[in-house]
Design a protein. Sequence first.
Length: 177
Amino acid sequence: MSSIFYYMFMAVGLSMDSFSLAIVYGANDFPRKKILLLSIIVGIYHFVMPNLSGFLGGLFLTNLSKYSNFIAGIVFAILGVEMIISFKDEDNKYQLDKFLELLLFGLAVSIDSFTVGLALSLEKANLIIAGLIFSIVSAIFTLLGLLLGKFLSEKTGKFSKIIGIIILFLLAINSFF
């Protein structure tokens, strides 16, 4: 039972970047269908990534874990630059229009769950239970972030987009260092 609480706390930590990034994209007036789809995609990634890393185990432990934060930082920085570009052209909001873009968003916010899965596999933890908890919590956090971003955008307009751009670059810097 204590391991479930342990997984819950880890899930909250793993979901904070998806929550922050979801606020940024929620400010771009996402349609409800896309909000739900993106939340589900993030949830699936947060289940698959720790289980995949547990399966691959030691093969990636020394190689990929060194670069996972760097990869996430690059993705966050690219998303930040795209937000700046779209900020100038109000009619051309960056909406994550293509399914591939939704998948990349999910990948960017779930790379950390891959490395957590590596650590949990070393502890012989139950990755299925951990992955399910990670999945549910991250999907909920993404949904709440998108809805909060949409709400803030309606209330604050362009100011929320500026805050979103700042959050993206802070996430990128945090990932690099």
